[in-house]
Write a protein that binds this ligand. Structure first.
Ligand code: XIL
Length: 315
């Protein structure tokens, strides 16, 4: 059995994927791959705030509940994604005018209700997503503007109250290697842990691009988080290619995937390696990065690409 799930189990890591729940419901070939290759799943979109509370006070958990049931039926764990983010917020929230005190209540209710709804069913929650700028300052979001920097600690406390057993992560991109952003995150996690804030993990998204070298010091970066006693995970790995692709770019992609996975395997408390989708058929890349694609480990017909083989070999 050479599935990623089985190889990962032997290596002591879960191998996960982001799941497009429309494809999961509609397409047997997609569903079969999710069920067999992976030992954890992350909803690509359906646990985001705009999806679960499209109009104020009326929740829609349907798609997310279905994914949680699917995971349970297949012996998979679920990464919850994500409670606090600046993006994919419902329009009633972004267009509304609220005082800071009201917004704080709204955020607390959102976290309490969502983490409470899934209580006991989520392995790791991305509580706060993408809170930093690349220079290490906090991102200028509605949450920072209205609530101040303390919103991060508050979010973790509220999530922990609602689901005390979930492992609570802060998650971000461009923090693969040691740099201003990952160092700022490191300092924040260290400070919050010192204050007793229930923050248990750091998620490194791992959205790479073959145009830029994969950071050589991923393992070194993860090691310093490991030393804080928190879990780590690669949470959204994909490696995009400027099209048209060629052998050189594919080779660079293979190396980038390998560097990400090896970084996790070399880190004691790195619990999982999750790809942000596994097939080029459903990838967020072409719609967001003009002229780029081919970012995933299987092609659009679910044939394993060389990056898939590289992951098998590394595990
Ligand atoms: C992306 C999804 O893949 C897209 O389908 C959606 O349109 C936008 O969001 N970082 C994250 C993810 O934390 O939630 C994002 O997912 C990709 C970047």
């Amino acid at each position: 059995d050479q599935t990623l799930a089985t190889l990962g189990k032997r290596a002591g890591v879960r191998i996960g994927t982001a799941v497009n729940t429309d494809a999961l419901a509609d397409e047997p070939a997609y569903t079969r791959q999710v069920a067999t290759q992976f030992s954890s799943v992350t909803p690509e979109n359906v646990m985001k705030w705009d999806a679960v509370e499209p109009s104020r006070g009326s929740y829609n958990w349907k798609a997310a509940d279905q994914l949680v049931s699917f995971a349970r039926a297949h012996g998979q764990l679920v990464r919850g994604h994500t409670l606090v983010w600046h993006s994919q917020l419902p329009s009633w929230l972004t267009n509304g005018s609220f005082t800071p005190a009201q917004l704080r209540d709204i955020l607390r209710k959102h976290i309490t209700d969502e983490a409470g709804h899934f209580k006991g069913k989520i392995w790791q929650w991305d509580v706060v997503n993408e809170a930093f700028n690349d220079d290490g300052t906090l991102r200028d979001t509605i949450w920072l503007q209205q609530l101040g920097p303390g919103y991060i600690a508050d979010a973790f406390r509220w999530a922990h109250q609602a689901d005390p057993k979930a492992v609570l992560f802060i998650n971000d991109y461009n923090i693969e290697g040691v740099n201003a952003k990952s160092t700022a995150l490191y300092n924040l996690v260290k400070k919050l842990r010192g204050q007793g804030v229930p923050i248990h993990g750091v998620g490194v998204q791992g959205h790479l691009d073959v145009q830029y070298p994969a950071p050589h010091d991923i393992a070194q970066n993860l090691a310093r988080f490991d030393a804080l006693g928190v879990q780590t995970a690669i949470t959204e790995a994909d490696v995009r290619i400027p099209l048209p692709s060629d052998n050189t770019k594919v080779e660079a992609q293979n190396q980038a995937y390998s560097t990400l996975l090896q970084g996790c395997l070399l880190t004691a408390r790195c619990t999982d390696f999750t790809v942000w989708g596994f097939t080029d058929k459903y990838s967020w890349v072409p719609s967001v990065f003009t002229g780029e694609g081919d970012a995933n480990i299987m092609d659009a017909d679910y044939q394993p690409k060389s990056a898939f083989t590289v992951l098998q070999q590394d595990l």
